[in-house]
Design a protein around this ligand. Structure first.
Ligand SMILES: *Cc1c(COP(=O)(O)O)cnc(C)c1O
Length: 433
């Protein structure tokens, strides 16, 4: 595959932007080589600046459950554009999106719109602290909740991909109240709450992790968290920025039947535009200004273009209904099973974790991948080779062992076959080296 134009653009961009990219994992550092510069996206496919076409298994890292440039989303954006791009004043659209979110997500009775997932999680934590009058927060290793200072302790996503032990520029004092536990470790949670119950403002987690690769919650993990937080008066926050509207229309909380106190959203809810949201019980959300004393604001919050895109996305998903989510689960299982079989045929040890349309192939000899420690046993060099073989066969897969791949609802059976055939060849090429 010729990627001369991407290469030239990367060299140009690298002169004026750190690493040539505006978000670290896009740089392909962990897999060697330069990033692919994109010219356009249509449906399930991306076309790069050299005219190469790829089946997109990243979907802009989560938002594009209905693919690129879906006509209904494009129409909604276009219609709003002609009426102005921002007002700094409330609109009917915002009330409508808030109603849709409250109706969809069991834990959400009131919601505030923001412009990114990072803003959603940092605001939710401020609210949890303001509401409880406590300082300590609990997060889990390998979970990523955006790049707010106090959440960058043992974080997943790009922090994991680049193998950064800690983030420079974050004073120790800022993470002093951040307690980090291993994911899925029920006894560690119980022990912590025995000792610090009265000091813990909130527990935040990805109810299905995507940001150390896909790791589902162990049986009883979410239930235990619900139980201990309820008893201690701490706020349980599900960070559903990735899983919201993806694992199920109502998020992972509907799939697993555990209702947190607060939920953060982003990615899909913005229909491909910058939009996030945090919400929860009315009693908790009433501490947010101007009702209460927890301040949080944003010039472009509830931006009408982003809200229009989000509304169009949610209406598509509602129309798709149960059938759409069953299809996602079905293609997810089909891809995961095919990957396992292809790896087995070449005697390459892998663990494939999959929940609905999220999946990760861990190149590890571990028996299972349930937390950050087991994810880290992966052979990242081997993953990188597999990734490059996929890329050269026209599959745009996450360039990191520690990111989930995303399938989209508009992928056809022949797209799925293209993916599984390419992966089989990629496993074969690993075996023959
Ligand atoms: C992507 C992500 C975030 C951060 O969202 P941004 O829009 O990138 O700021 C937070 N939490 C989770 C679980 C995410 O996947």
């Amino acid at each position: 595959m010729n990627r001369a134009n991407s290469h030239a653009l990367f060299n140009r961009a690298a002169q004026v932007t750190p690493g040539g990219v505006n978000s670290p994992v896009r740089a392909f550092r962990a897999v060697g080589g330069d990033p692919v510069f994109i010219e356009r996206g249509e449906g399930a496919y991306l076309t790069d600046v050299d005219g190469n076409r790829y089946l997109d298994c990243i979907g802009s890292w989560g938002p594009l459950l209905m693919g690129h440039a879906h006509p209904r989303i494009v129409a909604a954006i276009t219609a709003q554009l002609a009426k102005g791009t921002t007002y700094g004043a409330p609109t009917a659209l915002e009330a409508q999106l808030a109603e849709e979110i409250c109706a969809a997500v069991p834990s959400v009775e009131m919601v505030r719109l923001v412009s990114s997932g990072t803003e959603a999680t940092m605001s939710a934590i401020r609210v949890a602290r303001g509401y409880t009058g406590r300082n300590k927060i609990v997060k889990f290793e390998g979970n990523y909740h955006g790049h707010a200072d106090f959440l960058l302790a043992k974080a997943g996503s790009g922090v994991a991909t680049l193998g950064l032990p800690e983030c420079a520029g974050v004073p120790v004092a800022v993470t002093a109240d951040t307690i980090t536990l291993p994911y899925n470790d029920i006894s560690a949670v119980l022990e912590l709450f025995e000792n610090y119950s009265a000091e813990i403002a909130c527990v935040i987690l990805e109810p299905v992790v995507g940001n150390m690769g896909c790791v589902p919650p162990a049986k009883g993990f979410l239930e235990t968290l619900r139980d201990v937080t309820q008893k201690s008066g701490s706020v349980l926050i599900f960070d559903e920025v990735m899983t919201g509207f993806r694992i199920a229309y109502g998020g992972a909380q509907t799939k697993y039947g555990v209702t947190p106190d607060m939920t953060t959203l982003g990615k899909i809810v913005g229909g491909g535009l910058p939009l996030g949201a945090y919400g929860g019980k009315r009693e908790i959300m009433q501490v947010v200004a101007p009702l209460g004393s927890v301040y949080q604001a944003g010039t472009l919050s509830g931006n009408p273009i982003a809200v229009s895109a989000g509304l169009a996305m949610l209406s598509l998903l509602k129309e798709g209904g149960a059938a759409l989510y069953e299809r996602l689960e079905e293609i997810g299982e089909r891809v995961a099973e095919s990957f396992r079989e292809s790896a087995r045929n070449e005697n390459i040890p892998v663990i494939v974790n999959q929940v609905g349309s999220m999946l990760t192939v861990f190149f590890t000899e571990a028996k299972e991948v349930t937390d950050y420690a087991s994810a880290k046993t992966s052979d990242t060099a081997r993953f990188a080779k597999w990734f490059r073989a996929l890329l050269d066969s026209g599959i745009y897969f996450p360039p990191s062992q520690f990111e989930a791949a995303f399938l989209s609802a508009i992928m056809s059976d022949s797209d799925i076959e293209h993916l599984t055939n390419s992966a089989r060849s990629a496993f074969q090429s690993l075996a023959s080296h």
